[in-house]
Design a protein around this ligand. Sequence first.
Ligand code: C2E
Ligand code: CA
Ligand code: CA
Length: 742
Amino acid sequence: MRSPQHARRAALSAAALAVLVPLLLLARARWGEAQHLTVAVGLLALAATVLVPARRPRGSLADLAKHTGAAAVWSTGTALAGLYPTTLVGPVLLSHVAHALSLSGLAVIAVQQLRHARVGGDDQPLLVEAGLYGSVMASTAWDGFARAGYSGDGWWDASAGLVIAVGSLVAAGTIVLAIEHPRLRLSSAGVALGALGTEVSALTSTQQPLTGQVALVAALVGAVAVFAFHPRSGLVRHGGAATARAVRRLRVASVLPATLLLADVAVFVVSPRADGVVFVFFAAVIVAAGLRYAATARAIDRTRDRLSFQALHDQLTGLQNRAALQNALTGPDRTQSLVILEVGGLDDITDVLGVSVGEDVLRAAATNLREHVRALGGSTFRVRHDEFAVLLPGFPDEVVRHLPGAFAAVSAAPLQVPGAGRFPVEAVAGVSRVDPGVRAEGDATLPLVHADLALRDARTTPAGSGYSVYSGAVAAQHARRLLVRERLALAVTEGAVDVHFQPIVDFSTGRVVKFEALARWDDAVLGRVSPVEFIAVAEESNLVVALGEHVLRRAVRSAHAAGVFAAGVRLAVNVSVVQLQSPGFADVVREILSAYRIPPSLLTLELTESVFLDSDSPAERVVTDLAGLGCQIAIDDFGTGYSAFGYLDRLPVHVLKIDRSLTQSLTGEGNGRSVVRTVVDLANRLGLTVVVEGVETHEEASICRSMQAGLGQGWLYSAAVTADRVAAELEREYPVSPEAVR
Ligand code: C2E
Ligand code: CA
Ligand code: CA
């Protein structure tokens, strides 16, 4: 999308210069005094430099008009003053009028430059770039003043010119010192040197030709420095609408130096003061200005194109991104539906096959989904790591008919990537309605919020249709979550969350060998809230860190008081992955253990497999630290998640807790029993303790015992009891059922 236009403009600029430079040379050589021709050539040059970039349709027309108008006024004034230094119009000198004209043009330019600097905002390179142009303008302005002053030969004129030249040096120097960009600093120093050299040369060339020529050489060096060091890229580092606007203005502004220099040349070519050196200097300046202009314009355009593409697209998949979606959600002209589609299973692929395979699968999913959606007249975006958004025309109840197809498109992705085919990828979706004509930005994001809530609903409804449409019920759930979060935060600060203890029994002896601490919360407003609900809410809001620490302290304190540790019985506490990732968790555990002088081996920390899925996660190090302390590590809910096993030899794990759902399958028709047997065998072979969760019947208990599973936990023995009943549980001996059921 970029090269043809740039190439064309660069070629046009080069061609304009290739024609103009010889024309000027010719004008000077053949018709040295043919002023009208020179003025015509100068104006042509002006038109060419200004108009060639102006053909580009995307710039702001008002800006362009202001700039080119001001530049035209300035250069026409200067040209007239240079060409007719002594002509009288009525009682006044034409050159005075011309200078007044050129200064009014300059005033407009100066104001524009200040605006550019402001538009740049925090973006330092933009500010600096504007500053550089400002310094060019300033030195040119002083040049204009100087020329107005030294039209005579007087002492005053000469000193005024010098003062002005030194002033321009100081001004440019100030800018130089403020600039941190090293190349821009050199380039700005070149501007200052060029300005000073030109002034001194103009002032001295008639009386002291040698000084004049030395000054010209200095000016030449300065000019070369400007063109050599001016950075052509990297001017703009950040995206965003403001930057795009600023870049547009700067591009217009970059026309100016070239324009002014060309107009200047038109004057000097015919000026009686011009000697060979002056001429060569300015010829060099024109060529360099043209080249620099072309290069700068190109670099800026390329950066701008890249930025605007990057700003609205996702790099990995090439789909449009969240910002683009937000634009699309503002003011659609008919009712649409927004689908947020979450891709599940990518983490497994990345975990086992590596990041690049995971990315390939994601890319394939993006391509498939885009094709599917395009055929339906919709558009596809990538909004989060593993979430796509789809905008489709129509109401949600019409659009959901297309979801199975979209799910299938995503699920097909692993099959297209070598090696990934055995990993299933599944999508869930949340759908919301996008009403037409919404203009306000806040309202435009509402469908996103709603679709996110619906997605969350779809995610937490196991074995549903795979999607959920935003509705009153979803909204009510959201409101409930907010209320639970608010009340729970209060309960945690007040220490109102209680801990109960569920005995864990040795299948072969019937003795209680361990207790699991389970959080219990009775709220004044909400009544009893299940830990399944409030732990999930706490994990979302980081509240689980404070809650978990509270539960841990309270559990240890109560168990200690009930004599659990003294009896050599263990305590198990659930730890959320969010807690593990919070800094200092291991220190908290260490501190609590030493406060009660508890042998660390009597404390078991129950974690879920999700902790181990990402082998780079800091959680893994914390687990190693905790095991290093001597604590036992248990994998909770084993058999429900990924069961990737890989972590079992990578990390210190002591206990596997077989999930309740597997326990239930022990007595059913399916192959649940052999699954449990395999897991128990594996655990025994690895030297891990097995705890079977949710044991409700004697039949289940005997099956477990026959499989050599060590420990059981469940309502067959006891539900969780309050702290004051723990001591009694320690004494208890549960009946061991007489024989194994086969
Ligand atoms: P979990 O760690 O798997 O805890 C076992 C859950 O199974 C407990 O539910 C327990 O009451 C229940 N249970 C025990 N025996 C039986 C049985 O025979 N049949 C049935 N159907 N259920 C049984 P609870 O207390 O509702 O806790 C639910 C989950 O909440 C826990 O599952 C655990 O993941 C989480 N949780 C509870 N307390 C905490 C805590 O302090 N911190 C963290 N991070 N999570 C906790
Ligand atoms: Ca547990
Ligand atoms: Ca469990």
